[in-house]
Design a protein around this ligand. Structure first.
Ligand SMILES: Cc1cc2nc3c(=O)[nH]c(=O)nc-3n(C[C@H](O)[C@H](O)[C@H](O)COP(=O)(O)OP(=O)(O)OC[C@H]3O[C@@H](n4cnc5c(N)ncnc54)[C@H](O)[C@@H]3O)c2cc1C
Ligand code: FES
Length: 253
């Protein structure tokens, strides 16, 4: 993990309310994997806490993360121009480790799609991805060319304005007998992960499933406990340090 002063190469709107910021790192920060995240300064001194964002695209000394404008921090970040320098702590957390798996079902929703894209990019040359990705509507659909590195891609939208009408979990369940997945990976809103866990149980699906959680964070490196979540047995876990990727059966959702 390194705390670096990166240079903003670009900061572009890629969908409704979604931006991609590309940072040029001043030195090698080591290999970065899908599921890991960066803790990025927003460039505004008043917003002291950095914001956690999933690694999305890594190319040489450049790392791109995508963010939805939600509150003050991401609002300010969206105004940062190329050439600015921002502090970034990276890479943080664990990742979707797909060694030993060959066929992967990917279930993503909303901004949860970005760490999944990093994972698809990392492994698509040697493994088969069957991706079920849900967006709110057509205006929110982004990085389709990256998602399309999957062997099979189903996009859903809540209102049917792009792809199938529905959600990513239902799309996976409807198609699951047509694919041969030996693992499921997922990231998305808490309600989506909760429904996924329920459905896997109800349908008796025993395929291993790993989910990446998004909790509010402080330090991003295990010291402040702001990001606590509960293990299945009720113990406190730190999403930043013990995760953000967990076996779906080992966490309370
Ligand atoms: C490991 C990890 C990876 C993430 N990756 C991405 C990503 O790739 N793209 C992306 O758009 N977002 C991602 N997030 C969520 C992102 O960190 C928050 O949306 C962001 O910090 C909000 O900052 P803000 O200043 O705009 O909002 P604030 O003003 O701090 O909050 C605005 C609203 O967002 C909610 N919020 C704040 N932090 C989080 C959080 N961590 N998770 C969920 N809701 C939050 C608040 O409860 C509030 O309702 C990730 C979060 C984690 C923990
Ligand atoms: S954010 Fe501080 S312990 Fe996780």
């Amino acid at each position: 993990m390194k705390d670096l002063l990166a240079t903003v190469k670009s900061n572009k709107k890629i969908a409704e309310n979604i931006y991609m910021i590309t940072l040029v790192l001043p030195e090698d920060a080591g290999k970065m994997h899908g599921g890991q995240f960066v803790n990025l300064s927003t460039g505004n001194g008043a917003n002291l806490l950095r914001r956690p964002l999933g690694v999305c695209i890594v190319e040489g000394d450049e790392v791109s993360v995508c963010y939805q404008v939600k509150g003050r921090g991401t609002q300010y970040l969206s105004t940062v121009e190329a050439g600015r320098k921002l502090r970034v702590l990276l890479p943080l957390g664990n990742w979707f480790d797909l060694d030993g798996y060959s066929d992967i079902a990917v279930i993503g929703g909303g901004v949860g799609v970005f760490p999944l894209i990093a994972t698809i990019r990392e492994y698509y040359k040697s493994k088969n991805f069957y991706s079920y990705i849900g967006f709110r509507n057509e205006d929110a659909v982004c990085l389709w060319n990256e998602l399309n590195k999957s062997k099979k891609l189903t996009i859903t939208t809540d209102d049917g304005s792009f792809g199938e009408k529905g959600n990513a979990v239902s799309a996976y369940l409807a198609d699951r007998n047509n694919i041969r997945a030996d693992v499921i990976i997922s990231c998305g809103p808490p309600v989506m992960l909760k429904i996924l866990k329920q459905k896997l149980k109800e349908e008796g699906i025993k395929t291993p499933c790993f989910v990446s959680l998004e909790e509010r964070m402080g330090c991003g490196m295990g010291a402040c406990l702001v990001c606590a979540c509960k293990s299945a047995s009720g113990e406190n876990l730190r999403v930043c340090r013990d995760g953000p990727v967990f076996d779906i059966n080992e966490v309370q959702l």
